[in-house]
Design a protein around this ligand. Sequence first.
Ligand code: MEV
Length: 325
Amino acid sequence: MSTACPITRHTSCSTHPMTTASAPGKIILVGEHAVVYGRPAIAVPVWQVTASAAITARAPGAGCLLVAPDIGLRQPLVAAPADEPLALVTRLVLTALGAPANPDWQIELRSTIPIAGGLGSGAALSAALVRAIFAHLGHAASPEEVSQFVYESERLYHGAPSGIDNTVIAFGQPIWFVKGEPPTPFVAQRPLTLAIADSGVPAPTKETVGDVRRGWLANPAQYEAWFDAIGAVVHAARRAIEVGDLPAVGRLFDDNQALLARLGVSAPQLEQLITAARAAGALGAKLSGGGRGGNIIALVEPPAIEAVRAALLAAGARRVIVTTF
Ligand code: MEV
């Protein structure tokens, strides 16, 4: 049997029924950090990298086993600590659906999304997990439901997240996001092509979000002014995207990057990649996500893609993903 949904699937034979589900990575286009303080941000799913969850039956009485080879997890659900994000999500969903607390399942999670790269690897794993459990129990999960469950796991990874990562991953389309409000799906007038370059340096999102909070507590007026400036960049970027003015979007990437550097979340490796992308013809470039590591994004006109990709790799990028939305 297979469902109409492209992101969940049941395959069955008499002995090995299996349910699979997937979720994309994400990037923040503009507005990270300020979004935690109520300013808008724009985020985009990245379907070139995905997380997946597969549920298969175990012998009666064997209980639930969580297996995530990418993060070295192989643990019975009953033995997982309360603050293990994937176990937390599993328990919350089972409870919400009125299912047994320790079903005889193996849940295997895999991902092609670099871990700690700012591409939402943790949120995507949780989203795939939520969808797989819903589907295995014969339910369809709405994007809102997926987002809500994933948010609970994000709190464990990141402390006080805005909710943008779980939202864009659960909805699987570009969104305009303001904390606490329903997201607005977002359509570009002209396709935007982005080169996403991995610095290879882990992005310590919890740490950068915490540092920005400490800075804001110590100097609220200065930080509020920077957040307002980022909010203005995000509004201007939306207008530029809606009229297809890509050079303006590129300049706004650069403005956003300058403000993120003031917040203290850039890093020499990120600046090096950003400089290389701009020099090779990108319309603009900035870090994406929590910063200090992870990925940068460069806005590129299609004829410049190969030059920008080569320049990013020469400047030390571990890999470059090109995506268009
Ligand atoms: C992380 O992808 C984005 C941040 O703005 C944190 C958040 O919004 O929760 C840095």
